[in-house]
Ligand binder design. Structure first.
Ligand SMILES: *[C@@H]1O[C@H](CO)[C@@H](O)[C@H](O)[C@H]1NC(C)=O
Length: 339
C-alpha cells in the first residue's frame, strides 16, 4: 500500500533500509561462521594429511552429510620403531591413521596395548563411526613382512594392485589369497583342545560366545591369515557402534594373552563383516578379483605358481629383499626369492 504522505514514506524507507542492513549483517556473519566451522580440524585427526583424491565413488554412495568424507583410508597399528614413510612416499592419495600402540602420548593411540592390531582397528572404528571414509584398508605398517601376499612379502605391489571397485562391491575383502595359514579351516572350536600354540582352539569357542552373544558357535572357522583386510563404511555400519565397543571391552578385559586374544579377533573379522565362518575363495579367484592378477597358473585351490611361499622364519633377514634367507644377494626385480 503506497502512501502519498511524504513523512510516512520516509519512515517506511527507513524501516526497509534497517531490515536490509540487518539481513546483510546476518548473512555476512552466518556465511563466515559456517566456513570457519568446516575448517576446524577434527579432534581425531581424521582429516589431516589427507590429500583428498578425486572421488571415485558414485555420488549415490556418498552419505547425505555436508562434511566432506574421505574416500579411501589406511589404518594401522604401529610401534615407534616401524618405518612407515614408504606409505607416504608411494600412496599419497590414501588417508592414513597410524596408531602408536607403544606410545600413550601419541596423537593416535589405544586405551591399552593389548590384543595386537585389533585394539587399534576397533579404536579407529569406534572413534570415527559417525564419519568413516568410504573404504578402509586395515593393514600392518611395515613394507616387508611375511603376512603380505607377495613373493617378496612386499606391501607395495599388494596395495598398488588392490582393486578398489571389488571392495566397494563386496563390502569386505581379505588382503591375502594364499591359503597357507588360515584356509580352508583353521579353527575347530569344539574339537581343538589344548592347542594354544598354533590354534585358538577351545579359547575360540569361549571368545566367540562372549563376542557374539546368542550366535551359534561354528564348527569350523577359516580365513586366510594375518588380519589385513579392506572394508567399506556401509559394511562397518551394518553393526551398531555398540558392537565394536563390546568387542573392545572384551579385548580390554580378557585374561587371555595377546597372541590368543589377537588371534580370536583375527579369525573373527570376516564374520564381523558379514562373511560365513569359512571364508576361503580359491586363490585363483581371489588373486584375480582382489588384485587383478588373472593370468596365474593355479595348480591347487589354495595357491598359484610364483605367488606366495610361507617363509621359513617369521622375521625376514636384515637387508631383505636384497639379502636372501641364506645371507646371499638377491634381486627382487629378477625372479623369485630362494627359500
Ligand atoms: C625409512 O624408509 C625410507 C624408505 O621408504 C628410507 O628412505 C628412510 O631412510 C627410512 N628411515 C629410517 C629411519 O630408517
Amino acid at each position: 500500500m503506497l502512501s502519498r504522505n511524504p513523512r510516512r514514506r520516509n519512515k517506511i524507507n527507513a524501516i526497509l533500509t534497517t531490515i536490509f542492513i540487518i539481513f546483510a549483517l546476518y548473512f555476512f556473519f552466518f556465511a563466515d561462521s559456517k566456513s570457519a566451522r568446516v575448517s576446524v580440524p577434527k579432534k581425531d585427526d581424521l582429516r589431516q594429511h589427507s590429500s583428498h583424491p578425486v572421488a571415485q565413488a558414485s555420488p549415490s554412495q556418498r552419505p547425505p552429510q555436508s562434511q566432506q568424507t574421505i574416500h579411501k583410508a589406511m589404518v594401522m597399528a604401529s610401534v615407534k620403531s616401524d618405518n612407515t614413510s614408504w606409505l607416504f612416499e608411494l600412496f599419497p592419495d590414501w588417508h592414513k591413521s597410524i596408531y602408536m600402540v607403544d606410545d600413550m602420548s601419541a596423537k593416535l593411540t589405544v586405551p591399552r596395548n593389548k590384543g595386537r592390531e585389533s585394539m587399534a582397528y576397533l579404536t579407529y572404528i569406534i572413534d570415527n563411526y559417525d564419519n568413516l571414509p568410504d573404504l578402509i584398508l586395515f593393514i600392518h605398517p611395515q613394507r616387508y613382512q611375511w603376512h603380505n601376499d607377495d613373493p617378496y612379502y612386499d606391501g607395495v605391489p599388494m596395495l598398488s594392485n588392490f582393486q578398489v571397485p571389488y571392495l566397494e562391491e563386496q563390502g569386505y575383502v581379505n588382503l591375502r589369497c594364499a591359503w597357507t595359514l588360515g584356509c580352508p579351516s583353521e579353527i575347530h572350536p569344539f574339537s581343538d583342545t589344548h592347542r594354544e600354540d598354533v590354534h585358538a582352539g577351545e579359547y575360540f569357542k569361549n571368545g566367540f560366545m562372549e563376542l557374539f552373544p546368542g550366535v551359534e558357535v561354528p564348527d569350523s572357522v577359516g580365513v586366510s591369515c594375518c588380519a589385513q583386510f579392506g572394508v567399506t563404511r556401509t559394511k562397518i555400519r551394518e553393526r551398531p557402534r555398540s558392537d565394536y565397543q563390546r568387542f573392545r571391552k572384551w579385548l580390554l578385559e580378557t585374561p587371555l594373552p595377546d597372541d590368543l586374544s589377537g588371534r580370536i579377533m583375527e579369525y573373527s573379522w570376516h564374520m564381523i563383516f558379514g562373511k560365513g565362518p569359512v571364508h576361503c575363495p580359491t586363490a585363483q579367484e581371489c588373486y584375480c578379483k582382489v588384485f587383478g592378477l588373472c593370468d596365474l597358473s593355479c595348480p591347487g585351490q589354495g595357491a598359484c605358481a610364483g605367488r606366495y611361499i610361507l617363509p621359513p622364519y617369521s622375521s625376514l633377514p636384515q637387508g631383505w629383499p636384497y639379502i636372501g634367507w641364506k645371507g646371499q644377494q638377491q634381486d627382487p626385480s629378477f625372479g623369485l626369492p630362494e627359500v
